[in-house]
Design a protein around this ligand. Structure first.
Ligand SMILES: Cc1cc2nc3c(=O)[nH]c(=O)nc-3n(C[C@H](O)[C@H](O)[C@H](O)COP(=O)(O)OP(=O)(O)OC[C@H]3O[C@@H](n4cnc5c(N)ncnc54)[C@H](O)[C@@H]3O)c2cc1C
Length: 374
């Protein structure tokens, strides 16, 4: 396979697919994915939650810019509901009260609620476990597959081409464009967007650049049966304020995570027994319940830059090399905003409406900040 386009996007997770769809309005775009299907890695393994109070100020800002799109997507994008409301409850034990106060200072929209109210909302919390809690009523469950499919449809309508089973193995800047070599193809474009998730630093190495220190971290998730004869469907997502664990209803089961962050090489991540045991232990301590059986378990890689802020922008060391990486644990909820920012920085267009604010963060997400340190 041999092809040329204006822009090549490497990686068909939510980042690459959404950015490719927006960029396709401005020129020809080729989206290269090493797996046989999009979203095989982090995107297909997320907890699918929209948590506006999660992450640092830049993450929250770009998530906020994405909210309107998720709540009211344009009809031509998707007629399905993309987000279903679900509160997010940040809980604290006595020894965690300082963390809760710090969080509230940072997020004035969070509502302090009494422990009694929290127990009413989530009756399985163990008596005396909880000292205080805060509620965020802007949270929700995202339909990740619906978002991904809608972006893919938009991409194709705009003439974009997705090539799967095309692992990028080499690339070289030659005569004003990147020549990109994959397993079976050769592609060229003046701009390459590196949306390779856990592999982002590796793609930079192929381009002859040192990496930016983007570290994949494994996170584990389990599904267990809910307590018998209890309707859990309206429970909030319950998140320990220091992120030691979280749980939430998931299609009739309870999804729980030890909120682990174990550095990993980029790979097809699998759950470790120890992390599964830690998840069960923390959940049991917080609820007093016995977890009889784990119905399903999986793990995925969340990739972070050192400052836990997204990495979006042209690399000043190499012409036409654009980073869209370091989405950490927020890459789904922020994808529409990040795609608009990418479109704007690559094409010079201006995001409009609720997306306009993403440009405010262009310096904070620029790769330059990490190059100075690397
Ligand atoms: C357990 C878990 C829970 C999470 N929960 C949430 C949540 O509730 N809300 C939220 O917003 N986020 C959540 N996240 C984070 C979110 O999933 C990620 O931030 C997001 O999916 C990252 O998207 P991505 O496209 O950058 O990466 P990926 O989805 O990993 O996509 C990168 C793609 O690049 C491809 N690729 C890599 N190298 C090459 C190459 N050489 N050639 C071609 N293709 C290549 C890969 O195959 C992959 O498909 C969670 C993540 C995990 C693991």
């Amino acid at each position: 396979m041999r092809d040329s386009a204006d822009i090549i996007v490497i990686g068909a997770g939510i980042a690459g697919v959404s950015a490719a769809a927006e960029l396709a309005a401005y020129g020809s775009v080729m989206l290269l994915e090493m797996e046989s299907l999009p979203a095989y890695h982090a995107t297909g393994r997320s907890a699918a939650f929209f948590a506006p109070a999660y992450g640092n100020q830049v993450v929250r800002g770009i998530t906020a810019a994405s909210e309107h799109f998720y709540r009211s997507p344009p009809a031509e994008f998707c007629e399905q509901q993309l987000i279903r409301p679900r509160d997010c409850l940040f809980i604290a034990r006595e020894d965690q009260l300082a963390s809760l106060q710090a969080m509230q200072r940072d997020n004035p929209l969070l509502q302090a609620i009494s422990a009694a109210t929290a127990y009413q909302q989530v009756p399985i919390l163990a008596p005396h476990y909880l000292a205080a809690a805060m509620r965020d009523d802007r949270g929700g469950d995202l339909d990740v597959d619906a978002v991904l499919q809608a972006y893919l449809r938009l991409f194709r309508r705009r003439g974009g081409h997705l090539a799967t089973r095309q692992r990028v193995r080499a690339m070289q800047w030659h005569q004003d464009c990147w020549r990109v070599q994959s397993d079976t193809g050769s592609f060229s474009a003046a701009v390459v967007v590196n949306a390779a998730g856990a592999w982002a630093d590796g793609i930079a190495a192929l381009a002859g650049l040192s990496g930016l220190g983007i570290v994949p971290m494994r996170r584990t998730v389990l599904l267990i049966d809910p307590p018998e004869n209890v309707d859990i469907s309206c429970w909030p997502l319950v998140l320990d304020v220091d992120e030691e664990f979280y749980f939430k209803p998931d299609a009739g089961q309870l999804l729980i995570s030890p909120a682990d962050e174990s550095p990993s090489a980029p790979c097809d991540a699998q759950p470790e027994e120890l992390d599964v045991a830690i998840a069960v232990d923390r959940f049991e301590k917080a609820t007093g319940l016995d977890v009889g059986r784990v119905n399903h378990r999986w793990a995925g890689l969340r990739s972070f830059a050192d400052d836990r802020t997204f990495v979006v922008g042209f690399d000043p060391r190499a012409e036409g090399f654009f980073w869209l990486a370091g989405q950490g644990g927020y890459g789904v909820q922020s994808a529409p905003g990040l795609a608009q920012l990418t479109m704007s920085l690559v094409t010079g267009s201006r995001p409009v409406g609720a997306f306009a604010t993403v440009l405010d963060y262009r310096d904070e997400v620029a790769p330059d900040r990490l190059i100075a340190q690397s």
